[in-house]
Design a protein around this ligand. Structure first.
Ligand code: KG4
Ligand code: ZN
Length: 338
Protein backbone atom coordinates (compact mmCIF):
# COMPACT_ATOMS: atom_id res chain seq x y z
CA UNK A 1 0.00 0.00 0.00
CA UNK A 2 2.46 2.72 -1.10
CA UNK A 3 1.80 6.21 0.25
CA UNK A 4 2.63 8.81 -2.39
CA UNK A 5 2.52 12.59 -2.44
CA UNK A 6 2.02 13.87 -6.00
CA UNK A 7 2.51 17.35 -7.41
CA UNK A 8 1.02 18.81 -10.59
CA UNK A 9 2.25 22.21 -11.78
CA UNK A 10 2.39 21.94 -15.57
CA UNK A 11 0.33 25.05 -16.35
CA UNK A 12 -1.69 27.43 -14.20
CA UNK A 13 -3.05 25.13 -11.50
CA UNK A 14 -0.97 24.22 -8.45
CA UNK A 15 -2.21 20.81 -7.31
CA UNK A 16 -1.15 18.31 -4.67
CA UNK A 17 -2.63 14.93 -3.79
CA UNK A 18 -1.78 12.11 -1.42
CA UNK A 19 -2.74 8.51 -2.18
CA UNK A 20 -2.35 5.23 -0.32
CA UNK A 21 -2.54 1.99 -2.29
CA UNK A 22 -4.03 3.91 -5.23
CA UNK A 23 -6.82 5.38 -3.08
CA UNK A 24 -6.88 9.19 -3.06
CA UNK A 25 -6.77 10.44 0.55
CA UNK A 26 -6.43 14.16 -0.20
CA UNK A 27 -6.45 16.25 -3.37
CA UNK A 28 -6.23 20.02 -3.60
CA UNK A 29 -6.11 22.34 -6.60
CA UNK A 30 -5.29 26.00 -6.28
CA UNK A 31 -6.45 27.59 -9.53
CA UNK A 32 -4.66 30.66 -10.85
CA UNK A 33 -7.31 31.41 -13.50
CA UNK A 34 -8.33 34.64 -11.76
CA UNK A 35 -4.75 35.97 -11.82
CA UNK A 36 -4.40 35.38 -15.57
CA UNK A 37 -7.87 36.59 -16.69
CA UNK A 38 -6.78 40.15 -17.45
CA UNK A 39 -4.06 38.80 -19.81
CA UNK A 40 -6.58 36.69 -21.76
CA UNK A 41 -4.42 33.57 -21.28
CA UNK A 42 -1.72 32.10 -19.04
CA UNK A 43 1.24 34.43 -18.40
CA UNK A 44 4.07 31.88 -17.87
CA UNK A 45 6.28 33.98 -15.57
CA UNK A 46 3.33 34.86 -13.34
CA UNK A 47 2.27 31.19 -13.25
CA UNK A 48 5.70 30.07 -11.94
CA UNK A 49 5.70 32.77 -9.25
CA UNK A 50 2.25 31.78 -8.02
CA UNK A 51 3.25 28.08 -8.02
CA UNK A 52 6.16 29.02 -5.76
CA UNK A 53 3.83 30.74 -3.30
CA UNK A 54 1.22 27.98 -3.28
CA UNK A 55 3.22 24.77 -3.28
CA UNK A 56 4.48 24.54 0.31
CA UNK A 57 1.21 25.39 2.13
CA UNK A 58 -0.70 23.10 -0.25
CA UNK A 59 1.67 20.16 0.40
CA UNK A 60 1.29 20.70 4.14
CA UNK A 61 -2.50 20.82 3.81
CA UNK A 62 -2.59 17.64 1.70
CA UNK A 63 -0.49 15.68 4.26
CA UNK A 64 -2.59 16.98 7.16
CA UNK A 65 -5.84 16.08 5.41
CA UNK A 66 -4.56 12.62 4.48
CA UNK A 67 -3.29 12.22 8.07
CA UNK A 68 0.10 11.16 6.75
CA UNK A 69 3.38 12.54 8.09
CA UNK A 70 5.87 13.40 5.32
CA UNK A 71 8.33 10.93 6.88
CA UNK A 72 5.78 8.13 6.35
CA UNK A 73 5.53 8.71 2.60
CA UNK A 74 6.95 5.96 0.37
CA UNK A 75 7.60 8.20 -2.65
CA UNK A 76 7.25 11.73 -4.00
CA UNK A 77 5.87 12.19 -7.51
CA UNK A 78 5.62 15.15 -9.85
CA UNK A 79 4.54 16.00 -13.37
CA UNK A 80 7.76 16.23 -15.40
CA UNK A 81 6.12 17.36 -18.67
CA UNK A 82 4.75 18.29 -21.09
CA UNK A 83 3.85 21.80 -19.98
CA UNK A 84 5.24 25.26 -19.31
CA UNK A 85 8.90 24.84 -18.36
CA UNK A 86 8.92 27.51 -15.66
CA UNK A 87 5.81 26.08 -14.02
CA UNK A 88 7.10 22.50 -14.23
CA UNK A 89 10.41 23.54 -12.75
CA UNK A 90 8.70 24.65 -9.53
CA UNK A 91 6.95 21.30 -9.03
CA UNK A 92 9.94 19.21 -10.11
CA UNK A 93 12.34 21.15 -7.85
CA UNK A 94 9.99 20.89 -4.88
CA UNK A 95 9.53 17.14 -5.45
CA UNK A 96 13.29 16.59 -5.81
CA UNK A 97 13.98 18.54 -2.62
CA UNK A 98 11.32 16.67 -0.64
CA UNK A 99 12.43 13.26 -1.94
CA UNK A 100 16.04 14.09 -1.08
CA UNK A 101 15.20 15.37 2.41
CA UNK A 102 13.04 12.30 3.16
CA UNK A 103 15.43 9.88 1.40
CA UNK A 104 12.46 8.53 -0.60
CA UNK A 105 12.23 7.64 -4.30
CA UNK A 106 11.18 10.24 -6.87
CA UNK A 107 8.61 9.41 -9.56
CA UNK A 108 8.35 11.46 -12.78
CA UNK A 109 4.90 11.39 -14.38
CA UNK A 110 3.89 12.34 -17.93
CA UNK A 111 1.01 14.81 -17.65
CA UNK A 112 -0.97 13.17 -20.47
CA UNK A 113 -0.53 9.73 -18.98
CA UNK A 114 -1.94 11.34 -15.84
CA UNK A 115 -5.00 12.55 -17.78
CA UNK A 116 -6.02 9.08 -18.93
CA UNK A 117 -5.22 7.70 -15.46
CA UNK A 118 -7.97 10.05 -14.18
CA UNK A 119 -10.31 7.39 -15.61
CA UNK A 120 -9.06 4.85 -13.07
CA UNK A 121 -9.95 7.00 -10.03
CA UNK A 122 -12.95 5.46 -8.28
CA UNK A 123 -14.19 3.90 -11.52
CA UNK A 124 -14.50 0.24 -12.51
CA UNK A 125 -11.44 -1.05 -14.40
CA UNK A 126 -11.91 -0.62 -18.15
CA UNK A 127 -11.78 -3.44 -20.64
CA UNK A 128 -8.36 -3.12 -22.26
CA UNK A 129 -7.46 -2.02 -24.83
CA UNK A 130 -9.38 1.18 -24.19
CA UNK A 131 -9.41 4.02 -26.71
CA UNK A 132 -9.15 7.29 -24.81
CA UNK A 133 -9.81 10.74 -26.24
CA UNK A 134 -7.70 13.17 -24.20
CA UNK A 135 -8.78 16.74 -24.82
CA UNK A 136 -7.10 19.56 -22.94
CA UNK A 137 -5.86 23.10 -23.39
CA UNK A 138 -2.54 21.92 -24.81
CA UNK A 139 -3.32 18.54 -26.38
CA UNK A 140 -5.92 16.60 -28.31
CA UNK A 141 -5.04 12.96 -28.84
CA UNK A 142 -6.48 9.49 -29.27
CA UNK A 143 -4.60 7.11 -27.00
CA UNK A 144 -4.79 3.34 -27.20
CA UNK A 145 -4.38 2.17 -23.61
CA UNK A 146 -3.30 -1.48 -23.33
CA UNK A 147 -2.81 -1.37 -19.55
CA UNK A 148 -2.39 1.52 -17.09
CA UNK A 149 1.22 2.28 -18.07
CA UNK A 150 1.28 0.81 -21.56
CA UNK A 151 -0.28 3.18 -24.04
CA UNK A 152 0.34 4.59 -27.49
CA UNK A 153 -0.82 7.80 -29.16
CA UNK A 154 -2.55 6.81 -32.38
CA UNK A 155 -3.47 10.31 -33.58
CA UNK A 156 -3.43 13.90 -32.45
CA UNK A 157 -4.15 17.42 -33.58
CA UNK A 158 -2.02 18.90 -36.33
CA UNK A 159 -2.39 22.42 -34.93
CA UNK A 160 -4.53 23.81 -32.10
CA UNK A 161 -5.79 21.68 -29.22
CA UNK A 162 -9.55 21.54 -28.63
CA UNK A 163 -9.27 23.53 -25.38
CA UNK A 164 -7.08 26.10 -27.09
CA UNK A 165 -9.67 26.62 -29.82
CA UNK A 166 -12.41 27.08 -27.19
CA UNK A 167 -10.20 29.64 -25.41
CA UNK A 168 -9.36 31.50 -28.64
CA UNK A 169 -13.01 31.53 -29.74
CA UNK A 170 -14.00 32.90 -26.34
CA UNK A 171 -11.45 35.69 -26.76
CA UNK A 172 -12.99 36.63 -30.14
CA UNK A 173 -16.36 36.72 -28.38
CA UNK A 174 -14.94 38.83 -25.50
CA UNK A 175 -15.70 36.08 -22.97
CA UNK A 176 -13.31 35.67 -20.01
CA UNK A 177 -10.39 33.20 -19.88
CA UNK A 178 -10.60 30.20 -19.67
CA UNK A 179 -13.13 30.27 -22.48
CA UNK A 180 -14.28 26.64 -22.58
CA UNK A 181 -16.55 26.80 -19.51
CA UNK A 182 -18.12 30.11 -20.68
CA UNK A 183 -18.86 28.79 -24.18
CA UNK A 184 -20.32 25.61 -22.64
CA UNK A 185 -22.57 27.71 -20.37
CA UNK A 186 -23.87 29.99 -23.16
CA UNK A 187 -24.29 27.04 -25.54
CA UNK A 188 -26.74 25.34 -23.19
CA UNK A 189 -29.54 27.71 -24.18
CA UNK A 190 -28.44 28.24 -27.79
CA UNK A 191 -29.40 26.62 -31.09
CA UNK A 192 -26.46 24.51 -32.40
CA UNK A 193 -27.93 24.49 -35.92
CA UNK A 194 -28.40 28.23 -36.32
CA UNK A 195 -24.93 28.86 -37.84
CA UNK A 196 -22.78 26.44 -39.82
CA UNK A 197 -19.07 26.03 -39.09
CA UNK A 198 -16.70 23.62 -40.85
CA UNK A 199 -16.10 20.14 -39.42
CA UNK A 200 -12.73 18.83 -40.67
CA UNK A 201 -12.32 15.12 -41.38
CA UNK A 202 -8.61 14.43 -41.78
CA UNK A 203 -7.37 10.93 -42.64
CA UNK A 204 -5.79 8.66 -40.01
CA UNK A 205 -8.13 9.96 -37.28
CA UNK A 206 -6.12 13.19 -36.99
CA UNK A 207 -7.61 16.44 -35.77
CA UNK A 208 -7.28 20.05 -36.93
CA UNK A 209 -8.95 23.11 -35.45
CA UNK A 210 -7.14 26.03 -37.06
CA UNK A 211 -9.61 26.22 -39.99
CA UNK A 212 -12.54 26.33 -37.60
CA UNK A 213 -10.92 29.14 -35.62
CA UNK A 214 -10.34 31.15 -38.83
CA UNK A 215 -13.91 30.45 -39.99
CA UNK A 216 -15.24 31.93 -36.74
CA UNK A 217 -12.99 34.98 -37.09
CA UNK A 218 -14.21 35.78 -40.65
CA UNK A 219 -17.81 34.95 -39.76
CA UNK A 220 -17.73 37.46 -36.88
CA UNK A 221 -15.95 40.10 -38.98
CA UNK A 222 -18.63 39.93 -41.65
CA UNK A 223 -21.56 39.91 -39.23
CA UNK A 224 -20.12 42.74 -37.11
CA UNK A 225 -19.65 44.92 -40.20
CA UNK A 226 -23.42 44.65 -40.78
CA UNK A 227 -24.46 44.84 -37.13
CA UNK A 228 -21.97 46.00 -34.43
CA UNK A 229 -24.14 44.38 -31.75
CA UNK A 230 -24.25 40.99 -33.52
CA UNK A 231 -22.28 39.10 -30.84
CA UNK A 232 -24.38 40.33 -27.92
CA UNK A 233 -27.63 39.62 -29.73
CA UNK A 234 -26.60 36.11 -30.80
CA UNK A 235 -24.12 34.89 -28.18
CA UNK A 236 -26.11 31.78 -27.20
CA UNK A 237 -26.53 30.52 -30.79
CA UNK A 238 -22.93 31.38 -31.77
CA UNK A 239 -21.56 29.42 -28.80
CA UNK A 240 -23.88 26.46 -29.41
CA UNK A 241 -23.07 26.31 -33.14
CA UNK A 242 -19.33 26.68 -32.63
CA UNK A 243 -19.25 24.10 -29.83
CA UNK A 244 -21.25 21.70 -31.98
CA UNK A 245 -18.57 21.86 -34.74
CA UNK A 246 -15.79 21.09 -32.21
CA UNK A 247 -17.74 18.21 -30.68
CA UNK A 248 -18.69 16.75 -34.10
CA UNK A 249 -15.06 16.55 -35.18
CA UNK A 250 -13.92 15.10 -31.84
CA UNK A 251 -16.56 12.41 -31.80
CA UNK A 252 -16.50 11.46 -35.48
CA UNK A 253 -12.74 10.75 -35.47
CA UNK A 254 -13.09 8.87 -32.17
CA UNK A 255 -15.91 6.78 -33.63
CA UNK A 256 -14.02 5.98 -36.83
CA UNK A 257 -10.92 4.94 -34.88
CA UNK A 258 -12.92 2.78 -32.47
CA UNK A 259 -14.71 1.00 -35.33
CA UNK A 260 -11.49 0.48 -37.30
CA UNK A 261 -9.62 -0.88 -34.27
CA UNK A 262 -12.63 -2.90 -33.02
CA UNK A 263 -12.42 -1.22 -29.61
CA UNK A 264 -15.00 -2.13 -26.98
CA UNK A 265 -14.17 0.48 -24.32
CA UNK A 266 -13.99 4.26 -24.82
CA UNK A 267 -12.45 6.82 -22.45
CA UNK A 268 -12.79 10.60 -22.30
CA UNK A 269 -10.37 12.71 -20.24
CA UNK A 270 -8.80 16.19 -19.98
CA UNK A 271 -10.15 19.67 -19.28
CA UNK A 272 -12.48 19.71 -22.33
CA UNK A 273 -14.00 16.40 -21.12
CA UNK A 274 -15.95 18.65 -18.73
CA UNK A 275 -17.86 20.00 -21.73
CA UNK A 276 -21.50 19.00 -21.39
CA UNK A 277 -22.18 18.57 -25.14
CA UNK A 278 -19.06 16.42 -25.57
CA UNK A 279 -19.96 14.22 -22.59
CA UNK A 280 -23.44 13.71 -24.02
CA UNK A 281 -22.21 13.00 -27.56
CA UNK A 282 -19.67 10.42 -26.32
CA UNK A 283 -22.29 8.79 -24.09
CA UNK A 284 -24.79 8.67 -26.99
CA UNK A 285 -22.40 7.07 -29.49
CA UNK A 286 -21.16 4.52 -26.93
CA UNK A 287 -24.71 3.51 -26.07
CA UNK A 288 -25.64 3.31 -29.76
CA UNK A 289 -22.61 1.13 -30.59
CA UNK A 290 -22.87 -0.88 -27.32
CA UNK A 291 -19.37 0.19 -26.28
CA UNK A 292 -18.41 0.42 -22.62
CA UNK A 293 -17.26 3.88 -21.65
CA UNK A 294 -15.48 5.79 -18.88
CA UNK A 295 -15.80 9.56 -18.71
CA UNK A 296 -13.61 11.39 -16.20
CA UNK A 297 -15.59 12.77 -13.25
CA UNK A 298 -16.02 16.54 -13.61
CA UNK A 299 -13.70 17.19 -10.64
CA UNK A 300 -10.77 15.38 -12.29
CA UNK A 301 -11.19 16.61 -15.90
CA UNK A 302 -9.11 19.77 -15.44
CA UNK A 303 -5.55 19.58 -14.18
CA UNK A 304 -5.29 17.94 -10.75
CA UNK A 305 -2.78 15.92 -8.79
CA UNK A 306 -5.07 12.94 -8.05
CA UNK A 307 -4.51 11.71 -11.62
CA UNK A 308 -0.74 12.21 -11.22
CA UNK A 309 -0.85 10.28 -7.92
CA UNK A 310 -2.63 7.40 -9.62
CA UNK A 311 -0.14 7.22 -12.50
CA UNK A 312 2.65 7.38 -9.89
CA UNK A 313 1.03 4.54 -7.96
CA UNK A 314 1.27 2.26 -11.02
CA UNK A 315 4.86 3.38 -11.62
CA UNK A 316 5.73 2.60 -8.00
CA UNK A 317 4.30 -0.93 -8.33
CA UNK A 318 6.27 -1.40 -11.54
CA UNK A 319 9.47 0.02 -9.97
CA UNK A 320 9.80 2.93 -12.41
CA UNK A 321 11.65 5.66 -10.53
CA UNK A 322 13.47 8.83 -11.46
CA UNK A 323 16.35 10.56 -9.67
CA UNK A 324 17.91 13.93 -8.90
CA UNK A 325 18.99 14.41 -12.52
CA UNK A 326 15.32 14.77 -13.58
CA UNK A 327 14.78 17.72 -15.95
CA UNK A 328 11.29 18.92 -16.94
CA UNK A 329 10.30 18.82 -20.61
CA UNK A 330 7.93 21.09 -22.51
CA UNK A 331 6.67 18.84 -25.31
CA UNK A 332 5.32 15.33 -25.50
CA UNK A 333 7.63 13.66 -28.03
CA UNK A 334 6.47 10.45 -29.69
CA UNK A 335 5.82 8.30 -26.62
CA UNK A 336 4.84 8.59 -22.95
CA UNK A 337 8.13 7.23 -21.64
CA UNK A 338 11.43 9.09 -21.72
O1 KG4 B 1 -6.61 19.65 -18.88
P1 KG4 B 1 -6.63 21.11 -18.62
O2 KG4 B 1 -7.09 21.58 -17.27
O3 KG4 B 1 -5.21 21.75 -18.84
C1 KG4 B 1 -4.33 21.34 -19.83
O4 KG4 B 1 -3.66 20.29 -19.64
O5 KG4 B 1 -4.29 22.04 -20.87
O6 KG4 B 1 -7.55 21.77 -19.76
C2 KG4 B 1 -7.83 23.13 -19.77
C3 KG4 B 1 -8.72 23.42 -20.97
C4 KG4 B 1 -8.93 24.91 -21.21
O7 KG4 B 1 -8.65 25.19 -22.56
C5 KG4 B 1 -10.41 25.11 -20.90
O8 KG4 B 1 -11.01 26.13 -21.66
C6 KG4 B 1 -10.97 23.76 -21.26
O9 KG4 B 1 -10.02 22.84 -20.78
N1 KG4 B 1 -12.27 23.51 -20.62
C7 KG4 B 1 -13.43 23.37 -21.30
C8 KG4 B 1 -14.45 23.19 -20.34
N2 KG4 B 1 -13.87 23.22 -19.09
C9 KG4 B 1 -12.53 23.41 -19.29
N3 KG4 B 1 -13.66 23.38 -22.63
C10 KG4 B 1 -14.94 23.23 -23.01
N4 KG4 B 1 -15.98 23.08 -22.15
C11 KG4 B 1 -15.78 23.05 -20.81
N5 KG4 B 1 -16.81 22.89 -19.97
ZN1 ZN C 1 -3.91 18.88 -18.46
Amino acid sequence: MPKILAIESSCDDTAIAVCCGGKILASFVSSQAQAHTSYGGVLPELASRIHQQQITPLARLACETAKIKPADLDAVACTAGPGLLGSLLVGVSFAKGLALALAKPLIAVNHLQGHYCSLFINQPKPVFPMLCLTVSGGHTQLVLVHEPLKAEVISQTRDDAAGEVFDKAAKLLSLPYPGGPSIDRYAQTGNPERFTFPVSQLPNFEYTFSGLKTALLYFLKEKLSQNPDFINQNIYDICASFQSAVVKQLVSQLTKAARTLSIKHIGLSGGVAANSALRKAVTDICQKESWLYSIASPNVCSDNAAMIALAAHYQYLQGTFSNQTLVPYSSMGSSFSR
